[in-house]
Design a protein around this ligand. Structure first.
Ligand SMILES: [Zn+2]
Length: 432
């Protein structure tokens, strides 16, 4: 029996019928060269086959000429915090009501899809907001990206539990950790997220030592893997990195000091573990705004000076570790780790990965095929291959030459989700 993925079960209905996308320059999400004059046949929301623009339109298919625009897989961001950007009412203003935040989240999810991001993986948010949002999308309330969620983050009893509210499930001892894993699956989690170390975004936690013991980490991974789920490890210090790698956790989030331990990178490569460098998280904490090149930033730091200083150091280390990981043959997947979610997160992280040393094709693979593999959906999404779900993006321009084009909404000509035209100028002009 194939594993059941909650994120796939929550999919809205696919577009019925056949669609022939022709005249495409195809980047298929892998290291294969761009294919000129390509065509893709989509049937009932699934890619039936990839062909040539010179072929006749298949029977019963509507044809859409992409006019030489670039066709790429829907983008995937595997480290987001699924919450909206809520306003902070001024002193004396009516406080926000409990249900208001869900509207801001919906707005952010719509924007995210509009920018060509068709799948996100939530690695921590308040209560059940991601599950609620995807239920609303399933039944047609609005369109946004497919959401995978960890449920609550599993942590030792630790200061972070006071800072991050209902984002954490604190657990101590192997049995309680195992129970915490089961609770997340009960709540609809797709995977498990664990804090192997403290978080750099609060003043009371350190990157060393590991917060959970080996016995607790073993119980967590054993239970998650036994149930067919992957484990995402929050990793800052090297003790946490070593533990996450030793215990075969699937994705290493942050891992900014790994450049100091080439032996750990070699082991990650050998074991197929994926690094998620989350560069945008350091930009955010360091107050660098939305720039790609940090030297162009007007610094507007909101956090404590000690945290800002650490964030700057972590950005330097994190970019070094990303390059060292690439050189060691470690798979790298895109994750942005900004506060809340917004439309430009994914393209901004992609542009930053390129600025700090990945080639555009490497960065685009990290946001498509490698991201899909990292989250266990490589049979469904991440490449433009027969049998995959038709989550596709058509871009006006060459994203392999200019990946920053993805930051410009007017260049996102068409977004297809399960074959349905959901965003872009072509969708709004009802060309299909
Ligand atoms: Zn994060």
């Amino acid at each position: 029996m194939p594993h059941r993925h909650p994120s796939l079960l929550a999919a809205p209905p696919p577009a019925p019928g056949r669609l022939w996308l022709t005249g495409a320059r195809l980047f298929d999400g892998t290291a294969a060269p761009v294919r000129e004059g390509a065509a893709v046949l989509v049937t009932d929301g699934v890619i039936e086959r990839v062909g040539d623009a010179g072929e006749p339109v298949p029977a019963q298919a509507r044809a859409l000429d992409l006019g030489g625009r670039m066709l790429i897989p829907g983008l995937i961001n595997i480290h987001v915090h699924v919450q909206g950007h809520e306003p902070r009412p001024g002193d004396g203003a009516e406080p926000l009501l409990a249900g208001t935040s869900a509207h801001f989240l919906q707005a952010a999810l719509r924007d995210t899809l509009r920018m060509g991001v068709t799948t996100v993986r939530n690695v921590g948010s308040q209560d059940h907001q991601p599950q609620e949002a995807r239920q609303a999308m399933r039944y047609g309330a609005f369109r946004g990206p497919r959401i995978l969620t960890c449920g609550l983050i599993i942590s030792a009893t630790a200061p972070g539990g006071r800072f991050y509210g209902a984002m954490y499930r604190e657990a101590d001892g192997p049995d309680e950790v195992r129970k915490a894993v089961r609770e997340q699956l009960r709540a609809g989690a797709d995977f498990i997220k664990v804090m192997t170390t403290g978080a750099r975004s609060n003043e009371l936690e350190d990157p060393e030592p590991t917060q959970l013991t080996d016995a607790e980490l073993i119980a967590l991974v054993e239970e998650a893997h036994r149930m067919g789920c992957k484990v995402a490890a929050h990793v800052e210090g090297l003790d946490g990195a070593a533990a996450a790698i030793e215990h075969e956790m699937d994705t290493i989030e942050h891992g900014m000091y790994l450049c100091q331990r080439p032996d750990l990178l070699e082991r990650m490569a050998a074991q197929g573990q994926v690094l998620v460098p989350t560069l945008s998280g350091y930009y955010w904490m360091a107050g660098l705004g939305d720039v790609v090149d940090p030297s162009h930033a007007t610094v507007d730091a909101q956090m404590l000076p000690s945290i800002v200083e650490l964030a700057r150091y972590n950005l330097e280390q994190g970019t070094r570790s990303m390059r060292a990981a690439r050189d060691a043959g470690v798979k790298i997947a895109l994750g942005s780790d900004r506060e809340g979610i917004s439309g430009e997160d994914t393209a901004l992280e992609l542009a930053r990965m390129v600025h700090h040393g990945l080639s555009p094709p490497e960065a685009l693979q990290s946001a498509t095929s490698i991201a899909a593999e990292a989250i266990g959906l490589e049979d469904q999404i991440g490449t433009v291959h027969a049998g995959k779900l038709a989550d596709l993006v058509v871009v006006d321009g060459d994203v392999l030459e200019q990946p920053e084009l993805l930051l410009d909404e007017s260049r996102i000509w068409l977004v297809l989700q399960l074959g349905e035209a959901v965003a872009g100028a072509a969708a709004s002009a009802q060309q299909i």
